[in-house]
Ligand binder design. Structure first.
Ligand SMILES: [Zn+2]
Length: 441
């Protein structure tokens, strides 16, 4: 049985029995995992025996070509953060074509399809994010080399969207009923300055009352993110009177003050991040100035800080504010003429941190499902859409959508359909384990 535990062998094994469900059936009696202490092992194994669930698992395999067709089509519809409408419209059409009880676009732009359950199970959401980091005008046409597809955004997170559609397609094909309602979602604003605005809205009072949330982000089969990496992002802007660099020399200079504040920030943040919970800081973007021979009237920087610990994040946050305050005060003291500088430290991103214990049912179920499929789960922390529900103690995880990918966030991003269907089958079992499937009547 050992080779089963090495995912890369799944390809060869999967080729032996006709379908995954037949493999699961063949595996059942003697699988070593039964000895493990995960209380959800039995539940998940029973679930994988359920005839309708097996039909859905087979449908994912049989219709993998449609999953890939959705991936190709959606990848080639640009969707920069804050400009997700066009891709959202096509995703909405696909939800309706596949069949849901109702589908709509909420006031934030999230695209939602509701598939009603038999009742009494609450509401489980499965989501991929619509937006990519690539600005308007980026060429998102797919280039194929061998069996590898190259296109910006193909893995992050168009693969997630294609996986969400594949789940709906398979569940409908199998005629599966779940206890919980399931929401199939394409959400906005995961990337960059989108600042998780889509999921923040889903969990706001205007949201559709979600009890558990599964985000499919990126690719792969092993990852289970059950910890949210918190981050604060700021735009620091220093303003001054500005003027001619010779004629008005002696004016307080926003760029000098900004440079000074970055130095003071780094000096403080370096000490704060040398020990304790893992914490980072980064001045990612700089700008300002009108010409080399002008004292700027404005200079700005965008700063990212992240930490596994909210308290550490707050300390680095305070260090930034103190650094800017000191730098501007010192630059103003140095000026020889003109108005003093002013500074603004504006928050442009706030992603809460948090974590769910591995015993949390949704996490333990994801572990049990992975192990049932012979995949060694990799539990971890990351900054994803699940940060929002995790920070509120709502059951939530982020997993990959199967396949392999690389160069995320860069123009030569690629995707390879390496056991892509397996990733979707894993997502299906995790979703159904959380949503509940009535026993065979
Ligand atoms: Zn992503």
């Amino acid at each position: 049985m050992d080779h089963l535990l090495e995912p890369r062998n799944m390809r060869t094994l999967r080729r032996a029995p006709a379908t995954l469900s037949a493999l699961l059936l063949a595996l059942l009696p003697a699988h070593p995992l039964s000895a493990q202490s995960n209380p959800f092992d039995t539940e998940v194994r029973r679930l994988s025996q359920h005839p309708e669930v097996r039909r859905a698992l087979d449908a994912i395999e049989a219709r993998d070509d449609l999953t890939m067709a959705d991936l190709r089509e959606l990848t080639q519809i640009p969707a920069p953060s804050f400009q997700e409408e066009a891709r959202g419209r096509r995703f909405l059409e696909k939800l309706r074509e596949l069949g849901v009880d109702s589908a709509w676009v909420d006031t934030e732009g999230n695209v939602i399809g509701l598939r009603r359950g038999t009742g009494g199970g609450g509401r489980v959401a499965i989501a991929g994010h619509l937006d990519t980091v690539f600005p308007e005008g980026t060429d998102v046409m797919i280039r194929q080399h061998g069996d590898t597809l190259y296109a910006p955004g193909i893995g992050d997170d168009t693969r997630g969207l294609a996986a969400v559609l594949a789940l709906l397609r398979a569940i409908n094909a199998a005629g599966l009923r779940t206890e919980s309602d399931i929401l199939f979602i394409g959400n906005v604003g995961e990337e960059g300055l989108g600042d998780l605005r889509g999921v923040k809205h889903l969990f706001s009072p205007q949201g559709p009352d979600i009890d558990a949330f599964i985000s499919i982000d990126g690719t792969g089969h092993e990852g289970i993110t059950h910890q949210g990496l918190g981050s604060h992002r700021y735009r620091v802007t220093v303003r001054g009177p500005g003027g001619h660099s010779w004629g008005a020399f002696g004016l307080a200079n926003p760029a000098h003050a900004l440079g000074r504040s970055i130095l003071f920030f780094q000096q403080a943040a370096d000490t704060l991040t040398r020990s304790g919970p893992r914490t980072s800081y980064n001045v990612g973007m700089l700008g300002g100035g009108t010409s080399v021979n002008s004292v700027p009237f404005e200079a700005w920087a965008e700063v990212d800080m992240r930490s596994e610990s909210p308290a550490s994040l707050d300390r680095v946050d305070a260090a930034l504010h103190a650094a800017v305050e000191r730098a501007v005060r010192e630059e103003n003291a140095l000026r020889r003429r003109g108005e003093p500088l002013t500074a603004e430290v504006a928050m442009i991103g706030d992603r809460p941190s948090g974590e769910l214990p591995v015993e949390t049912p949704i996490v333990a179920r994801a572990v049990a499902v992975s192990q049932l499929l012979g995949i060694e789960p990799r539990l971890g922390r990351s900054s994803t859409d699940a940060n929002i529900p995790i920070a509120r103690g709502i059951p939530a995880i982020t997993i990959g959508g199967g396949g392999a990918a690389g160069n995320a966030h860069s123009l030569n991003e690629w995707f390879l359909n390496d056991r892509g269907a397996l990733g979707v089958q894993r997502a299906l079992l995790i979703l159904l384990a959380q949503a509940g499937v009535p026993p065979v009547s």
